[in-house]
Design a protein around this ligand. Structure first.
Ligand code: NAD
Length: 480
């Protein structure tokens, strides 16, 4: 297990999640039996399989953990990383349970992982390994549209999801709902518009919602809007890149720091996110990027002065060893578990506001939910309504123009307004609307608890209270 980023006294990732869970249930009136039932992970399957590659058999270890089946299917990503281990997968599965409950995605929590460094294998080899791992999970119904539906996570993306979906279909040739066995697929393989960027988009929507509430902005010691806020992002992968791109491109935030595996870039005047991303793709890291100061100790930049810190790489990066040095008044956990339980205590004491992972990165599972529904309904969102909506809008525009002409008022609509108003919503617009609505509603539910109860002082505890309450109701309804 990789504990290099943690101090010795730090609990493991799973223990950290449990500590946060326990802090919340101490404020609830749950029976001890139910409390334990919700907390524990139901099952973790470990598989070791061999694949013949480069003239030798290589053995790989993978996991699929099911935390809670109060709703099925269970849902959660599959991570490819050399550091994957059981404790991590179980912690991530637990977070999936709470996350799905918080954003009202009708799933239990699950997570999977394969111990592998994807950069060490070429595409053809990775396909063989992924298909073999999927085979092991499919044959035990740990991948199944009705029971367990994976998605991308660190080290995996559309390509791996397409291989998994195809593997499932090869093994279940008559399952008409086969495409719904995994989400995060490419659009041409049953995916949905807007899924790739969904988690980063969700981070943006979370921050927009936060900045709609003056009381919350004040609690973080900030003022104004997202415009001009100095942002440091750790991890320019799927989640970090999209969050940074949208926040800087659409909300006026200034990305002053980007932390990657091989170091960090810092420029108070702002970094060009697209240019940094292109540099990483070409050179394999941030080193050598012009127009910025380069720090070889990347993690040190977590401690730099900024308005918003977005850890979007891996867990445990803000821990007992650096929590006291963090200067950002607002942290949004785009990654899962970036702040350990001990660091959370310290930061809370110091007045730092943390928008917790189970909410902040829920955009991915939310759009995955839409994709799953799309696959089960076998029709693209908006296909039936779009032109009908446009025709109705056209009627209104024609009538207004006629009235304006008849009365000699001479009103004209700007071409921009007309074009935008006349356009019916396609899949991408509907996905964004559903995601925005979900992120706003979930924030409201946390916020009501945060400000409404004297014994709740942070958004994380509030988020746990909301989600545990939902999971508990679901178990009670089952007679537990
Ligand atoms: P990714 O593999 O696309 O990107 C991870 C990035 O972090 C890479 O650019 C990598 O180089 C960088 N990185 C790795 N180690 C680092 C280190 N020590 N310091 C700095 N940077 C480092 O992964 P992702 O899908 O963007 O996931 C990132 C986090 O977001 C994970 O915690 C994941 O569980 C969480 N998450 C992802 C999704 C999703 O839809 N992909 C959804 C919810 C949560």
């Amino acid at each position: 297990m990789d504990t290099s980023h943690q101090t010795l006294n730090e609990p493991s990732f799973r223990e950290s999640v449990d500590i946060m869970f326990n802090r919340a249930v101490a404020l609830m009136d749950l029976s001890p039996g139910l409390e334990e039932k919700i907390r524990v992970c139901n099952a973790t399957y470990t598989v070791r399989f061999g694949v013949r590659l480069r003239g030798a058999i290589h053995t790989f270890t993978g996991y699929r953990s099911v935390h809670s089946e109060h709703m099925e299917p269970v849902k959660g990503g599959i991570r490819f990383a050399p550091t994957v281990h059981q404790d991590e997968v179980e912690a991530l599965a637990a977070l999936m349970t709470y996350k799905c409950a918080l954003v009202e995605a009708p799933f239990g929590g699950s997570k999977g992982g394969l111990c592998i460094d994807p950069r060490e294998w070429d595409e053809h080899e990775l396909e063989q390994i992924t298909r073999r791992f999927a085979y092991e999970l499919v044959k035990r119904d740990l991948i199944n549209p009705a029971q367990n539906v994976p998605a991308p996570d660190m080290g995996t993306g559309e390509r791996e999801m397409a291989w998994i979906a195809d593997q499932y279909k090869r093994m279940n040739t008559t399952d008409i709902n086969g495409a719904a066995c995994v989400t995060g697929k490419p659009p041409n393989a049953g995916g949905i518009a807007g899924r790739v960027e969904a988690t980063g988009r969700g981070v943006q929507y979370s921050l927009r919602e936060f900045f709609r509430h003056p009381e919350d902005i004040k609690a973080a010691g900030l003022s104004g809007s997202l415009d001009g806020k100095r942002v440091v992002v750790q991890g320019l992968g799927n989640v970090g890149y999209h969050a940074a791109k949208f926040l800087s491109g659409e909300d006026g935030a200034v990305i002053t720091g980007i932390i990657e595996r091989d170091g960090a870039l810092h420029n108070e005047a702002g970094l060009d996110v697209e240019a940094v991303r292109a540099w990483i793709v070409k050179h394999g890291g941030v080193a050598g990027f012009p127009d910025a100061n380069h720090h070889t100790d990347g993690a040190a930049l977590l401690e730099v002065d900024c308005d918003i810190l977005i850890p979007a790489a891996l867990e445990g990066v803000i821990n007992l060893s650096n929590a006291n040095n963090i200067k950002a008044p607002l942290i949004i956990e785009a990654a899962n578990g970036p702040v350990t339980a001990g660091a959370d205590d310290i930061l809370r004491e110091r007045g730092c506001v943390i928008i917790p992972d189970m909410y902040a990165n829920a955009g991915g599972v939310t759009v995955s939910y839409f994709e799953w529904v799309k696959n089960l309904s076998h029709i693209r969102f908006g296909r039936m309504q779009r032109r009908a909506e446009e025709a109705r809008h056209q009627l209104l525009v024609d009538e207004l123009e006629r009235l304006s002409g008849d009365k000699g008022l001479g009103w004209t609509m700007s071409p921009d307004f007309k074009r935008n108003y006349l356009r019916g919503a396609g899949e991408l617009e509907l996905v964004r609307s559903g995601l925005d609505d979900t992120m706003r509603a979930a924030y409201q539910s946390m916020r009501e608890v945060w400000h409404g109860r004297d014994d709740v002082h942070d958004l994380r505890t509030a988020a746990y209270l909301v989600s545990i309450d939902k999971v508990a109701s679901s178990y009670r309804a089952k007679g537990l």
